[in-house]
Design a protein around this ligand. Structure first.
Ligand SMILES: [Fe+2]
Length: 381
């Protein structure tokens, strides 16, 4: 049942479409309210080496005061601490992040905590008061999947506590997002599949989550329709600008939806599984999506029927079939047996799955329910 009362926190500035990266300099000036802001740039090594990036950076006319190139997948609290130190040393006025979810999440947290004197880990663990606002962040995604350029949270790994968790605050919403699908043209098929399935999962979970409302459902339904239709083509023909554009748009709409509504059990389980076995986040989501949809079917069939209709499908069962077929097409495995998951792993996963995402799932799961699903996905049931 969609909520009757809700609030929304979106980036105040949003640019979408092929070539919109040309607006970056003007957006940096607008968001910093300075003609010559000192920009701290964060980027992955892979993206930095690309021609499109070099040409784009050349247009920023010496605004870069400092940079960190090379952010690990699943960034740690130490990564964020190092970014914050480097940004302070160069006297940054504003952050600019170009990359996938890992790059944007690390930059987002560092920018937000610039005004805090507490160690990053204390802020992450809720042991230090969070600031209301940090430095502005302008984010450009280079994958069509995570939605980190839209959301008010970041997923980080605590190496001391040995878990993956979220830090979340309204002040973490990026000041601007520029979603330019041209950056995704060179993504390899496996990353296209994983990130695209993350976007699809986020839209489907958002639609049936307990935090869904009329606005988020409209966004999520359009996201599902776009992703089901265009992701296979973007996966197969990566240089198809139209397929990349519609996939990036689906990802953006998915993020606009789930960032307000919350997610569900797929994301509740994908984080501890990803952390324990090193499964890429989107791949973990893709493997979990059909089983969790099947679990939710008894309470969410009418909602899935409506979602199916928005995507031009007959009903909930056809939607479920479309998800399974898409995974099969993109060679995504149906379980975690390849990562060696066994029943011995269940306790840790169950202990770490009780996040806000799990609580937003429309059909609650007991520990025994989770264990049953994990057994099936370990390929041992
Ligand atoms: Fe996700």
């Amino acid at each position: 049942m969609p909520l009757d009362r809700y609030a929304a926190y979106f980036p105040p500035v949003l640019h979408f479409g092929s070539g919109c990266r040309a607006q970056t300099k003007a957006v940096l000036q607008e968001c910093s309210q300075q003609a010559q802001p000192r920009v701290f740039f964060v980027c992955s090594s892979r993206v930095r080496q690309q021609e499109i990036t070099a040409a784009w950076l050349n247009k920023l006319d010496g605004l870069l005061a400092g940079a960190q190139v090379g952010i690990p997948h699943d960034p740690t609290l130490e990564t964020v601490e190092a970014l914050r130190t480097a940004a302070r040393q160069c006297g940054a006025d504003i952050f600019l992040a170009l990359g996938g979810g890992s790059v944007i999440d690390a930059a987002k947290t560092a920018a937000f905590l610039m005004s805090s004197h507490a160690p990053v880990r204390q802020s992450f663990l809720g042991q230090a008061a969070l600031p209301s606002r940090g430095l502005p962040l302008v984010a450009l995604p280079t994958t069509a999947g995570t939605g980190a350029e839209i959301t008010k949270n970041a997923v980080l790994t605590d190496t001391v506590g040995d878990f993956k968790g979220s830090i979340k605050a309204p002040g973490m919403v990026p000041a601007a997002a520029l979603v330019d699908p041209d950056f995704t043209l060179s993504l390899p098929p496996a990353i296209t599949a994983d990130t695209g399935m993350d976007a699809l999962t986020q839209a489907i979970e958002s639609y049936v989550s307990s935090g869904a409302n009329a606005m988020t459902q409209a966004l999520a339904a359009q996201a599902v329709a776009l992703l089901l239709r265009h992701l296979p083509q973007a996966w197969q023909h990566g240089d198809d600008v139209q397929a990349r554009t519609r996939t990036a748009e689906g990802s953006m709409l998915s993020a606009l939806a789930f960032s307000q509504s919350g997610l569900g059990a797929v994301h509740g389980l994908a984080h501890p599984i990803g952390h324990r076995f090193g499964v890429p986040h989107g791949r973990a989501c893709a493997i979990l999506l059909a089983p969790v949809m099947t679990w939710n079917l008894p309470v969410a069939e009418a909602a899935f029927d409506r979602l199916a209709a928005a995507a031009g499908l007959a009903d909930a069962r056809e939607l479920l079939l479309a998800v399974k077929t898409l995974c099969q097409t993109m060679a995504i495995p149906t379980d975690f047996s390849a990562w060696g998951m066994t029943t011995a792993d269940h306790d840790t996963i169950i202990k770490n799955c009780r996040s806000g995402s799990m609580k937003a799932n429309p059909r609650p799961m007991t520990d025994a329910d989770v264990a049953n699903m994990l057994s099936a996905l370990a390929g041992t049931a």
